[in-house]
Design a protein around this ligand. Structure first.
Ligand SMILES: C[S@@+](CC[C@H](N)C(=O)[O-])C[C@H]1O[C@@H](n2cnc3c(N)ncnc32)[C@H](O)[C@@H]1O
Length: 445
């Protein structure tokens, strides 16, 4: 057919190689490969991390560069940044760039070493539900220009993401939580940064004895950190064992050793990064307590330069129930712990929340009270970032994000910014995304 074509109507087309021969597949690939650097290698020396995936990430990058640089320009199309500022400092702190002036950032080293953008250092020590992304905490610490003289607060510290990230960045922090298991985990993450490596070394037979002692409830150790570490590894082991015992060939002791080895590996990698960058970790102060009683700790009045926190999301996570194994073992009265949770007190709501179910109204009253206490604990000019999500209960969306923003403003905070961060994945989850609400306490109240 092609042979009979009218050449005037259908002029012969040259191929991309300037000939009339049709190129082979390899020739096409090779030709495009030569062009690739022009398209996919960023044209610059300060480049985005591959983990920057969403528009929220772009906003987070913008936010941290405001705190870290003197001047900057983001080129989102080419995934590069131009900036003026202290290169070394930015390389140690930034959470969204892979390279700064051609050199790998500390965050990239964490990601490469641990093979994950959030489970680095001891952040992944134990599966605490509803925890922060450490990268967001790092971003906010940068945005708020915190340094080694600053004090950071998280009054809903959970398993200690804020305090652990602050410690890694050399910033003093205080973490408060009402849940005993959260407190144990925060203390562990804190203590493991300062322990000697040899203290983590146990022979297989010693580990067998430890496991037996824990099971017989005779486990003791003169170092409270090792005592809690072994218990935590045990709780995690039992949980995994119950879920997998039918096909688990390692047995309890195998799992126990594997989980402890994971923590030892985290220790080794974290210390390698510490040595490489000559970091000075800062210990955090962890307190088991109720945010609604914060004012009882009088020395906390106007002590903090910033607060980065996330209150419990209304009815979405059973923080106490999911650690049943641990609480049964420790003999903790979970009903008592739960009664201190935001919105769990008895009685009728006092405020005007007529269209809301009373439980939600009680939760909002406590949330507002917590924000008042945070306001009290911040220095004038202090910064606040609250991370919240809107849960869906019986098909109805609970508008916590906008209520939180409203409470902050009513209490006296000056609203600055809201960034919505979608939680990608399952469609039917109760929480579809979370928002970071950023405010500050005015210098003159
Ligand atoms: C969304 S989680 C915070 C998780 C934390 N950002 C992390 O990364 O682990 C909310 C936390 O608030 C705590 N909480 C609930 N009511 C509290 C209260 N009255 N005082 C202090 N903490 C409370 C819960 O125990 C839970 O750990």
């Amino acid at each position: 057919m092609a042979k009979n074509r009218d050449p005037n109507k259908y002029p012969r087309q040259r191929t991309m190689f300037g000939t009339y021969e049709f190129p082979s597949c390899e020739e096409i690939i090779n030709a495009y490969a030569k062009e690739f650097p022009n398209y996919i290698i960023p044209q610059g020396d300060t480049v985005f991390g591959f983990w920057m995936q969403t528009l929220a990430d772009l906003e987070f990058l913008d936010l941290e560069l405001q705190g870290l640089t003197e001047k900057y320009k983001i080129d989102a199309v080419n995934r590069v940044v131009n900036f003026k500022g202290d290169e070394e400092f930015i390389r140690l702190r930034v959470a969204h760039l892979e390279k700064v002036k051609g050199k790998t950032t500390l965050y990239t080293d964490f990601v490469d070493k641990f093979g994950d953008t959030n489970a680095y250092a001891f952040h992944n020590l134990y599966p605490y539900k509803g925890k922060f992304y450490p990268r967001v905490v790092r971003t906010l610490i940068n945005a708020f220009k915190l340094n080694h003289n600053s004090f950071l607060l998280d009054p809903f510290n959970g398993c200690g993401t804020t305090t652990h990230e602050a410690s890694l960045m050399g910033i003093k922090s205080v973490g408060i939580d009402v849940t005993p298991m959260g407190v144990i985990l925060s203390e562990l993450k804190n203590g493991l940064l300062f322990i000697e490596e040899k203290k983590l070394s146990f022979s297989p037979s010693e580990l067998q004895d430890i496991l037996k002692a824990i099971e017989n409830k005779t486990w003791q150790h003169n170092d409270p950190l090792i005592y809690k570490l072994m218990l935590t590894v045990y709780f995690d082991t039992i949980d995994a064992f119950l879920r997998t015992s039918r096909y688990n060939k390692k047995g309890k002791i195998g799992l126990f050793i594997e989980k402890l080895n994971y923590i030892k590996d985290c220790y080794k990698k974290t210390m390698e990064i510490k040595d490489k960058y000559k970091l000075k970790f800062e210990p955090a102060k962890i307190i088991e307590g109720d945010v609604l009683e914060l004012k009882n700790i009088t020395e906390m009045k106007e002590k903090f330069d910033a607060c980065i926190t996330s209150p419990p999301y209304y009815f979405s996570i059973d923080y106490v129930g999911k650690d049943k194994i641990a609480y049964d073992y420790l003999g903790v009265d979970t009903k008592k712990v739960e009664s201190k949770y935001l919105g769990m007190k008895n009685g009728n709501p006092k405020g005007n929340y007529r269209r809301l179910p009373p439980r939600v109204a009680l939760y909002y009253e406590d949330l507002k009270e917590s924000i008042k206490n945070i306001f009290w604990a911040l220095k004038p000019g202090g910064k606040l970032a609250i991370i919240v999500g809107d849960s869906t209960v019986n098909g109805k969306k609970i508008p916590t994000t906008m209520m939180t923003k409203k409470f902050c403003e009513e209490i006296g905070f000056k609203f600055e910014k809201l960034i919505f961060n979608p939680l990608l994945g399952a469609r039917n989850r109760a929480i579809r995304g979370e928002s970071v609400i950023i405010c500050h306490k005015p210098t003159k109240v």
